[in-house]
Design a protein around this ligand. Structure first.
Ligand code: SF4
Ligand code: SF4
Length: 341
């Protein structure tokens, strides 16, 4: 395993981070073995969140005896001080630790979400926890490039998690990359395989290799998957002409259907459709434990989504010009297909 310095944190982290949402889908003993296998393979950076079901609890058990040798990222999506700190302390308890290496504001994807945590003193509260030694570095995860400017506003932020793959490239446009480099931002790439939609792992890693300052966070749920990722992350090759051609083909194929989950199209004032959840049904199915997938209220949301009148108002708000009602239809069909099995 090779290691890199993660921006201004100066921590030496493995060039592949383990995304721990999917370990909640497998048997707990198997999940613990998988984490230990990842650690033995040299991975020293693990990503979880307070909302990732029992992921933190599993990690608490899996990291027994090696906690100090691993860097843990966790997050809370709460926007008020009381609930955020409650999540933070629960994360500490579940992870069986007295400090967390990185704690992030989860999913800051709209400017007003940032304003909310700033005005409610939540950022200040997390800085205080950091000063007490309970967290080492802070920042946020984000699904909308338009919010990144807010990141640079806070001098205490050192780590940013963004979706990055060969379809989602808005975050690495020249001017933003320049700012990240100036700011020495520690960059973590979520969805390196587009939430399972970009099937060519080799090309995905080659694409990310162009950005040496970025650490991909790959969700994994089996040793085989991990081994496969280790093979490709360990290579040095760059994108070839054939890869560029393949990227072009895949981008054209997926470009008009690939929802990034930024939520800009919301709310649906016409019918109250939960567009992002509907658009992510297939991704949720691939990531969540199946018992959870069937219990997050999708049935009801799908029933509401069936009422879409295809007015196109959401598409007008989508920065990626997606045909949102088409994506909704496709996900409803996927959901209905699952019900028939
Ligand atoms: S197209 Fe459908 S989801 Fe979009 S705003 Fe209209 S009713 Fe809502
Ligand atoms: S449809 Fe467009 S605006 Fe809505 S969540 Fe997806 S990418 Fe964002």
């Amino acid at each position: 395993m090779r290691y890199k310095i993660l921006g201004k944190t100066n921590l030496k982290v493995s060039e592949l981070a383990f995304g721990a949402i999917q370990i909640t889908r497998i048997d707990q003993k198997e999940a613990i073995n998988l984490i230990r296998f990842a650690y033995d393979s040299g991975i020293n950076l693990i990503d979880t969140a307070s909302s990732y079901f029992n992921s933190e609890e599993i990690l608490g058990k899996a990291l027994k005896g090696i906690r100090e040798k691993v860097y843990v990222i966790s997050k809370s999506g709460k926007r008020d001080k009381k609930n955020f700190l409650q999540d933070f302390n629960t994360s500490l308890k579940r992870l069986k630790t007295d400090y967390i290496d990185f704690y992030l504001f989860h999913g800051i994807s709209k400017n007003n979400e940032f304003d909310q945590i700033e005005e409610a003193g939540v950022i200040e509260a997390l800085v205080k926890e950091r000063d007490k030694g309970k967290v080492r570095f802070i920042g946020f995860s984000c699904h909308n490039p338009a919010v990144i400017e807010k990141f640079f506003k806070v001098k205490d932020f050192s780590i940013l998690m963004i979706p990055l793959n060969f379809i989602t490239t808005e975050y690495v446009e020249e001017s933003l990359l320049y700012k990240f480099n100036q700011n020495k931002t520690g960059l973590l790439a979520m969805k390196p395989f587009g939430g399972g939609r970009l099937m060519d792992i080799e090309i995905c890693f080659k694409f990310l290799r162009q950005y040496p300052q970025v650490i991909p966070v790959a969700g994994m749920q089996s040793i085989d998957e991990l081994k496969q990722n280790l093979i490709y992350i360990g290579k040095d090759d760059n994108l070839t002409k054939t890869d560029h051609k393949r990227i072009k083909e895949l981008s054209e194929e997926l470009g008009t259907k690939f929802c990034r989950g930024c939520g800009y199209c919301m709310p649906c004032k016409e019918k109250g459709i939960e567009i992002t959840d509907i658009n992510f049904i297939e991704v949720y199915y691939k990531q969540f434990p199946h018992d959870v997938f069937w219990n997050i209220g999708l049935d009801k949301k799908v029933e509401v989504a069936r009422k879409c009148i295809e007015c196109g108002k959401c598409s007008e708000k989508c920065p990626f010009d997606l045909d949102v009602s088409e994506i909704i239809k496709k996900n409803i069909a996927f959901f209905d297909g699952l019900k028939k099995v």
